[in-house]
Design a binder for this molecule. Sequence first.
Ligand code: NAP
Length: 318
Amino acid sequence: MQHERVIIIGSGPAGMTAALYTGRAQLNPLVITGTQVGGQISITSEVENYPGFPQGTTGPELAELMQKQAELFGARFVFDEVTEVRLTDGPPFYVKTYGAEYEADSLIITAGASPRRLGVPGEELLIGRGVSYCATCDGFFFRGKKVVVVGGGDSALEEGIFLTRFADSVTIIHRRDELRAGATLQKRAFANEKINFIWDTIVTEIHGNGTVNAVTTMHVHSGQQNRIETDGVFIYIGHYPNSKFLEGQIAMDEHGYIITDEYMRTSVPGVFAAGEIQDPIYRQIATSVGQGCAAAIQLERWLSEREDVRTAAPEKAG
Ligand code: NAP
């Protein structure tokens, strides 16, 4: 079993920042990236609100820069996914991935969140065949086509606007008559001639014969159903925390978000958490970066206090 001083689970902005800070603290961190290096920003088309990039940047570009910077200070990245942890009788904590087994003196959990599914008939079957949660990855395939976007938040609008680069028309279907998205994105979406909105409406079924060809919608007040022909369905209805592998090991709230205190400490001493796996409120790159930084600083303090106690103990005993 491979022994590590610090393992960081996840490689989104929180994990990358934790890697940078623990790297600079000479802790030689190992980052287990998860299936998407960069986490959710790796599937984000445009980033306009991360400081230092007045012209904006793309998510993948930002992820690459963050990784490079962490690697400069000794962080090591392994492309693998954690399948099991045992935290209750540590440290050391047991961490199992598809490819290896580790024991770690300390952990920072930054496994992030994943896009929620609509849960309607046709959705699962047609994923990758017109149903998508990632405009950056799949938008190109909809050149000259018609697409539907589900949701009314920042993601729905941002990715809907991005999709107009390819698609001829983008129909945003929202369950209310008021958007959750911020004012700037609303303004841009309303001004875009390729975008139209359907209000107070939900998608109840996705149809396709090999690939998506239509959705059934229902007006939430009248109950009236409609069939809308479309080539693609992009779903942006929020996220859930990627904490299944932690069940029974650490305190979480009723939605599966890890509970942390203001020092990013979890219920298990030596285990810290940062980013969207513990933050259902802000969920910004900037806040995840801040939380990753705080977790790394606290971990460093925790490790050195523990190591001080361990070196002091024999003297006391003597
Ligand atoms: P979100 O803010 O939670 O919005 C989810 C949207 O989906 C809401 O409009 C919600 O409707 C709708 N929805 C939820 N469940 C639904 C269902 N079952 N059927 C139909 N519609 C459903 O999620 P998000 O847009 O992914 O944003 C997540 C976080 O990231 C937010 O904090 C956001 O500010 C941030 N973000 C920021 C930017 C940016 O600043 N540029 C870009 C992307 C994301 P209701 O409005 O009725 O609840």
